[in-house]
Design a protein around this ligand. Structure first.
Ligand SMILES: NC(=O)c1ccc[n+]([C@@H]2O[C@H](COP(=O)([O-])OP(=O)(O)OC[C@H]3O[C@@H](n4cnc5c(N)ncnc54)[C@H](O)[C@@H]3O)[C@@H](O)[C@H]2O)c1
Ligand SMILES: [Zn+2]
Ligand SMILES: [Zn+2]
Length: 338
């Protein structure tokens, strides 16, 4: 079968490898779509921390069952599936406490172990997510959307509260989608007006704020002077993270979905007087994946709108570098396989 491997930063190579064969507890999937995410782009650029090469990239996968499974009648050849692409150890303290998404020994497909830029992939059956009724395009969006669903679930967003979501990239848009499903009043903030327009048009956010145009004043007006009860950062930008406290109501919470490499700081009296809750949100769990599939199925999340670019698997090594050009305006690019 064909596979595309990232040998080192800036270098893909096509190669022919053995198609994986069945093993007990594992299933062989035929890969149909690969969503390209920031992680893949950063890995290709050599900007992804803790990354080792060579590596087969790709973790946002739409697949079909390629052969027999040992799951009995649950799945049959040809069924549409995706899977949770971070494999936990099942024994560490996080796993034992029901948080496999932050397992101490987590093995991420396309990060720690080889991922999906390949025609067939073998994965543990326990990781499968049933994609019945979803198109392959939709299935490729489940993982990035699950990141957003997880952030909203652990922040315990409730109806009618004002939530500020900073960063309207694919991850932030997923957070916005699930904040709306929770019936919160959603304020989207970014420095890019095109992305804010997109969030309003396709993700139904209630308000948009440009972070460069006196945002505190705008948010004060929107919230009748009370500010927001939750800020969710999906920028990974240090300045945005450190600025988030300014928009937060007393008693509020901040959840950090975005990741940046440096330390950040808050003014302690400002943090203290609000009795701020600060947490991070990492990956997603089965509960989140199932919630995403259900909401795509019932038409509540418009994932098709996210797909801005398509590329055939065979020309991936040549086209992929173009996705890094900001002028391309990529929101989500997907790779198509037959
Ligand atoms: N929690 C997780 O498990 C998880 C999973 C995947 C990605 N991530 C992280 O989520 C973040 C977002 O990913 P993405 O793919 O959507 O990225 P992206 O770069 O496409 O989007 C980030 C957005 O933030 C905006 N932005 C940047 N600085 C800003 C500022 N100061 N104020 C307001 N807006 C600002 C940008 O204009 C952009 O639209 C990244 O840090 C990524 O590493 C986290
Ligand atoms: Zn991703
Ligand atoms: Zn573990």
């Amino acid at each position: 079968m064909k596979q595309i491997i990232c040998l080192e930063p800036g270098k893909f190579e096509r190669r022919e490898v053995e198609t994986p064969t069945s093993e007990v507890g594992k299933v062989i999937l035929k890969v149909k779509r690969i969503g390209i995410c920031g992680t893949d782009l950063h890995a290709y650029e050599g900007m992804q921390p803790f990354f080792s090469y060579p590596r087969v990239l790709g973790h946002e996968l739409a697949c079909e069952i390629a052969g027999e499974t040992t799951t009995g009648l649950r799945y049959q050849k040809g069924d549409h599936v995706t899977f949770i692409p971070y494999f936990p150890c099942h024994t560490c303290i996080a796993c034992r406490n029901g948080k496999p998404n932050c397992c101490t020994n987590i093995q991420g497909a396309g990060v720690h172990i080889d991922g999906g830029m390949t025609e067939y992939i073998q994965i543990p059956e326990y990781a499968l997510i049933d994609g019945k009724g979803l198109t392959f395009d939709e299935l490729a969006m489940v993982e990035p959307m699950a990141i957003g669903a997880h952030a909203i679930r652990i922040t315990e967003i409730s109806a009618d509260e004002y939530v500020l979501i900073t960063g309207a990239g694919p991850i932030g848009l997923g957070v916005m989608a699930f904040a709306k499903i929770s019936r919160a009043k959603v304020i989207a903030m970014d420095v890019n007006n095109d992305r804010l327009e997109f969030a309003k048009k396709y993700f139904g956010v209630d308000y948009t704020v440009n972070a460069l145009e006196n945002p505190a004043e705008q948010i004060r007006k929107i919230t009748n002077g009370e500010m927001v009860t939750a800020v969710i950062d999906a920028t990974g930008n240090k300045r945005a993270i450190e600025g988030s406290l300014e928009f937060l109501a007393h008693g509020g919470r901040i959840t950090m979905v975005g990741i940046q490499r440096e330390a950040f700081s808050f003014n302690h009296p400002e943090f203290h007087k609000r009795e701020t809750t600060l947490r991070s949100s990492r990956n997603a769990t089965r509960e989140d994946f199932d919630q995403v599939v259900e909401n795509i199925r019932n038409g509540k999340v418009n994932v098709a709108a996210l797909i801005s670019h398509r590329l055939p698997f065979d020309s991936l090594p040549e086209i992929f570098p173009q996705l890094l050009n900001p002028q391309m305006g990529v929101i989500k690019a997907i790779v198509e396989l037959d």
